[in-house]
Design a protein around this ligand. Structure first.
Ligand SMILES: [Zn+2]
Length: 261
């Protein structure tokens, strides 16, 4: 069938990515050296062979990328850590392709490609997931936050909406996802089949649930099972493997329950 054929073609990159991720995990866990070594002619300066004794897991380099630079895939933005500059705007925004996207908002290129793969894999697993929010610029957040404060008051708004300059959406690395069900931007999204699938598999595509259950005192936000932050597969899989669920705890940063001013 035409549709099936086209979907299969679209899904292939995600299968490759998932396969590579599985291969990397297997490689990291294997005690034996890899079976196939490149020949000297193919690789002028080959890496030394891995030690034959079972080596401990290589320690994760938490300083590999900046957590301060707003253009870094690991930037940690919270109520204590405004983006610097506060009106930061990414330079590699693209609109994800072949996925539902309510407001056609863009994402940074690596986050967009990963979102395509994540949503494609969700579809292959039977979940009709679409993007309901992605990049929002500083001016948009100014208007959005002001509207929430006017509606609910500042104290309530601060629990669910970031002040301008503190919003992860402004990094271009965040997607809010939905399943066309009854839990649009609602805590019950985590209890849906799609929400549960995303929570289990997002890390394989480099995404984490940024505001997990039970961590409001650390992240400053109530649980948002729909809000997925791209950090790349290295960090996302390391967080999953070590069962550390917040960027603040992973990087040893102070909890950020509220704003200083
Ligand atoms: Zn969000």
């Amino acid at each position: 069938m035409h549709l099936l054929g086209s979907r299969t073609t679209l899904r292939r990159p995600s299968v490759i990515v998932a396969g590579l991720a599985a291969l990397l995990v297997l490689t990291a866990c294997a005690a034996e050296p890899p079976a196939a070594q490149p020949t000297a002619s193919e690789s002028p300066s080959p890496a030394p062979p891995p030690p034959s004794e079972p080596a401990p897991q290589p320690s994760f380099d938490k300083a590999a990328l900046s957590i301060d630079d707003p253009a870094s895939l690991w930037v940690v933005s919270n109520k204590q850590r405004p983006l610097d500059p506060v009106d930061f705007a990414p330079t590699d925004l693209v609109v994800p392709e072949e996925v539902g996207n309510e407001f056609a908002q863009p994402l940074r290129e690596p986050a967009a490609r990963a979102a395509e793969d994540l949503i494609g894999a969700a579809a292959a697993a039977g979940h009709d997931v679409w993007i309901i929010s992605a990049y929002r610029d500083y001016a948009t957040q100014v208007a959005l936050y002001a509207g929430y404060v006017e509606r609910d008051g500042a104290e309530a708004a601060d629990r669910y909406s970031a002040r301008p300059g503190h919003s992860e959406h402004q990094t271009g690395l965040v997607i809010d996802l939905d399943d066309h069900g009854a839990c649009y931007l609602d805590g019950c999204f985590g209890d849906t089949a799609a929400g549960a699938w995303l929570a289990e598999h997002a890390a394989e595509y480099g995404y984490i649930i940024r505001y997990p259950e039970g961590k409001e005192a650390v992240t400053g936000f109530m649980p948002e099972p729909w809000h997925f932050r791209f950090v790349g597969t290295d960090l996302a899989l390391e967080m999953r493997a070590t069962a550390v669920t917040t960027l603040e705890e992973f990087f040893g940063l102070p909890a950020a329950p509220g704003y200083t001013d």
